[in-house]
Each structure stands twice: as C-alpha cells, then as structure tokens.
Design a protein around this ligand. Sequence first.
Ligand code: GDD
Ligand code: MN
Length: 371
Amino acid sequence: MNKTVSLIVPTYNEYDNIVPLVERIHRALSPHNYEILFIDDDSADGTAELASSLSAKYPVRVIVRKDKRGLASAVVDGLSQASGDVIAVIDADLQHPPEVLPDLLEAIEKDADIAVASRYVAGGGCQGWSLTRRIMSKVAIIIAHLLLPATRKVSDPMSGFFVFRKGVVSNARLNPSGFKILLEILMIGKFNRVAEVPFIFVTRERGESKLSARQQIDYLKHVYSLMRRTGELLRFIKFCLVGGSGVVVNYGLYWILTRFAGFTPLNDMATGGIISGNLALCISIEISIITNFILNNYLTFADRNVRGLKAFFSRLLNFNLICLIGGLIQIGIANLLTVIIGVYDLISILIAIAVATLWNYLLNSWWTWKS
Ligand code: GDD
Ligand code: MN
C-alpha cells in the first residue's frame, strides 16, 4: 500500500503492552507508510510517557486527553488527528494480533472500503471465552443484525479491530458517546464493499480489561440511538401506522361486505353465516394484507424498493406468508395467555398484537424488503 496508514490506538493504563505492541506493529507494517496515534485518557501508569519516548525510533504520536474518557470517543478524536488516507483501529492490549494488519490492508488495497477483523468467519475465534460470554456476544450481534440493517454485511459488527478508507467517514457525524465505534461507521459511514478477515481474539496477558456490565446497557442505548439517527426507528413507526390502517381496512371491509354487499354475517349461523361470513372475513383480511403491502412498499421501505412486476409479486407473496404466520402467532399467544394462563382477554390480545407486529416487522425487513 503506498498510501499512509494511520493506526488509532486507544489506551487507558496499558503500560506493559506498549513496547511489544509497537514492535509487533512495526514488524508487520515495515513495508508500509504508517503512523501510530495513541489516544490516551491520561493514564496514571505512565502509558503516555512511555509511548512518547518511542517516537524517537518509531512513527509514534501521542495525544493525551485530560477531560474525556471512553474508547469510542478516543477513536473519534484520533480520526481528526490522523494524516493517513487509510485508518486502522486496534486495541493496545494485543488481544488484536497486529500480524493481521497486512491482510486487512490487502483487502482495502483490492477493493474494500472497510475491512473488519472478524471472530466469526472461518479461521476466526475467541480464546478462553466462557459459554456465557460467547452467548452474550452472539446475542449482541443478533440484535444489531435485526435492528441495524447495514450491519448485516458483517459477521462481527462488535469487532474493535478494523481498517477503512478515510473517505468512508469524511462526511459522517459520528456520535462518540456510542461505545461500539464500528457500528457507528457501518451505520453512518458511506461505503460499498466490506471485507472480512479472520482473527483470533486472544486472551489478555498484561493489564486489565476496562469493560464492565454497564456497557451492556450502554450497548442497547447505542443501538436505539443509531436507529433514531438513521431513520430505522421512523421506519418501524411507519410500519405500525400502516398496520393500524390495515386493521381499519380489514374491519371496515368485513362490515361493508356483510351489511351492504350480500354476504351473511358470521353470527347468522342459521342462514349460512359460517361459510359466507368466513368468506367475507377472508376477503377482507387478504385485501388488508394487500393494502398494507402497497403502503409498506412505497412508504416504509421506499428506499429499498426495486422496480418490476415480478419483484413486486414475489415480495407480495413473501409479505403474505409472513403476515399469515404473524396471524398464527397472534392467535397462539392470545390463546396461551387467556385460555391457558387466564389473563384478561383485552390485555393478552394487546400483547399478542405487539409480538406479531414485531415478528412481521423483523421478518419483512429482513426478507421481503432485504436491504
Ligand atoms: N483512551 C481510552 N479511553 N482507551 C480506552 C478506554 C478509555 O476510556 N477504555 C478502554 N480503552 C482502550 C484499552 O486500553 C484497550 O487498548 C482498548 O481500549 C480495549 O479495551 P479493553 O478493556 O481491553 O476492552 P475489551 O478487550 O473488553 O473489548 C475489546 O474487544 C471487543 C471485542 O473485539 C474492544 O475492542 C471492544 O470494542 C470489542 O468489541
Ligand atoms: Mn481487551
């Protein structure tokens, strides 16, 4: 790579890792033009002083922040200081092996805008993780994939080890209070191709991790904030409003068909209401599914719309299928809560509708209107 690579390394009390880190980075990147930017939050153990002393021998710069704390905000501050066209983010504690950097840079040189070191592609992994930690990591990824569509291209959107072209974020307003900086870049940045390179997240040998349980709540807050900032929340609200309009169509049409159009109401069993009334119900359900589909296609998912009649009908089919399953879920939950557990029907139906709406939304967003 003939471009300069700026490595951003956030540090907080990493004294024992600095020298081996810089040596290993240098060995991995010596054929490249590179700079290392340490963003240190005024560590008490002398991290910044030690790093500065290395600048005589290596292309190292140290920025000490006295009034701020936080990994993601350190990376954002590092970005504004970076002189390279290609940016790499790597932890200081050697859990991210610097030897992976050349592979990441190669992916960028080829055609990728972002190259992520991933634990979840073939050849990647985590060393010494408990089952609980593994599950939590997977759950966090599932949440991101479901609610933040742009992260679906990446198997490990929680990775803190990645490389990207500076242009990806040049117009992005990154929110440094967010914790997972890669999530921000994937959701707010502008890019076409993302590549993934496997890596093993090795155990920390020196110093201590700074992550705590609070970060799990912060993670959910961050996902919510990204949904709000990128319009994904608005999309969900539109979906619910369209769903509400579908209820009106469904109910209103049944009323019109059975009161004015010659169908027999469901409760007039003596005069054939069971067949004619159910037919009217089926027609009004199907028509409400179609009106919902059209509104969602041109309103909720307008940005993911494709032209062509074939695509239109195949999406309509997907939507129908998912809503059908959603209907069954609704009936199942309502019956479970009311008939088996004894919950008041108007409460259980409300819960059932909420779950079915979420199901319809997630599945349709993920399948019918793939991004
Ligand atoms: N400047 C600064 N300020 N740096 C910090 C701060 C801070 O408040 N907190 C942590 N760091 C630095 C650490 O010194 C280390 O270099 C790096 O950020 C990662 O911190 P760890 O405490 O080692 O985090 P972790 O190992 O639990 O989590 C890492 O791996 C995860 C999985 O790949 C992070 O990279 C996460 O972002 C990543 O999701
Ligand atoms: Mn670590």
